[in-house]
Ligand binder design. Structure first.
Ligand code: DHB
Ligand code: FE
Length: 285
């Protein structure tokens, strides 16, 4: 059967992608950010998944205000890299896993989560920056990707608890797939940041680090935190962090299995306007 072997959590700051694409990643400012991913780039080579179920948010690229799906699963065979206004990033196109994606859609919808099925979609920095952080600049991404877009841009956004429960449903869906597939689930976006208004530039190190602690030790308690706390404490764009609870909800301990091993933890300020957080949790089967 297919199984979820690990979860990866990382911020998606667009300027990180630009720094890599423009060859600025060796500059001292950026070196401090990329240093946090040295371990991860070796780890992903040593623990190469077949498929990454990549939870991210679209930034009005694939979806405009015309249609706002709360949860959208990409079932296509491939996904083009979006043009976000400066031309598409010079990174490989993203290869999908249509059969597994269709199976997950079927199972998760039958478990009472309403997913939007997306057969054609371009993917923006929310998805490509985490890939670049973890894999560097390969000619082809080393695994298939199921893009899973969550609306955290236009209110109302889903609660942390709904995201956490959805992660549990995704785990069941993956484990009910007959083929032997090594799946990782990634939760992306965050950490604290606010891009607009009088509080623009807000960063909350203490809250972010407490979030990381609780994500590891007390994910269910963390799932009870309401939107207002995210916005107050982590800024308007800090709400992206609810997506990390989808990945965490899919880990074995939540279903009564053993606790995951923390393989890597990193936190750094600043990167553009955001705090960068990163975590790798491995399931112990
Ligand atoms: C920035 C961060 C984001 O998460 C984003 O989607 C866009 C911009 C920033 O730090 O500038
Ligand atoms: Fe963002």
């Amino acid at each position: 059967m297919a199984r979820i072997t690990a979860s990866v959590y990382t911020s998606h700051v667009p300027a990180i992608g630009a720094a890599m694409d423009l060859g600025k990643d060796k500059e001292p400012y950026w070196q401090k950010v990329f240093a946090g991913y040295d371990f991860s780039r070796q780890w992903i080579k040593d623990n190469k998944p077949d498929v990454v179920f990549l939870v991210y948010n679209d930034h009005a690229t694939a979806f405009s205000l015309d249609i706002i799906p709360t949860f959208a699963i990409g079932t296509a065979a491939e996904f083009a890299v979006a043009d976000e206004g400066w031309g598409p990033r010079p990174v490989p196109k993203v290869e999908g896993a249509p059969e597994l994606a269709a199976h997950i859609a079927h199972s998760v919808i039958q478990q009472d989560f309403d997913l939007t099925i997306v057969n054609r979609m371009d993917v923006d920095h929310g998805l490509t920056v985490p890939l670049s952080l973890m894999c560097g600049q390969p000619k082809q991404w080393p695994f298939k990707v199921i893009p899973f877009a969550v609306n955290v841009v236009q209110y109302p956004v889903p609660s942390g608890m709904r995201c956490f429960r959805l992660g549990q449903a995704i785990r069941k869906a993956v484990e009910s797939y007959d083929e032997d597939v090594n799946v990782q689930i990634w939760g992306t976006g965050g950490m604290s940041h606010q891009l607009q208004g009088p509080r623009a530039g807000l960063i909350n190190r203490e809250w972010d680090n407490r979030f990381l602690d609780r994500l590891i030790e007390d994910p269910e308690g963390l799932a009870n935190v309401g939107h207002i706390e995210y916005v107050k404490e982590a800024g308007s764009e800090g709400i992206e962090l609810v997506m990390w609870l989808i990945a965490r909800g899919a880990m074995a301990d939540v279903a009564g299995g053993p606790k995951p091993t923390v393989k890597h933890r990193f936190y750094h300020v600043p990167a553009s306007n955001t705090a960068v957080g990163h975590l790798i949790l491995e399931n112990n089967q």
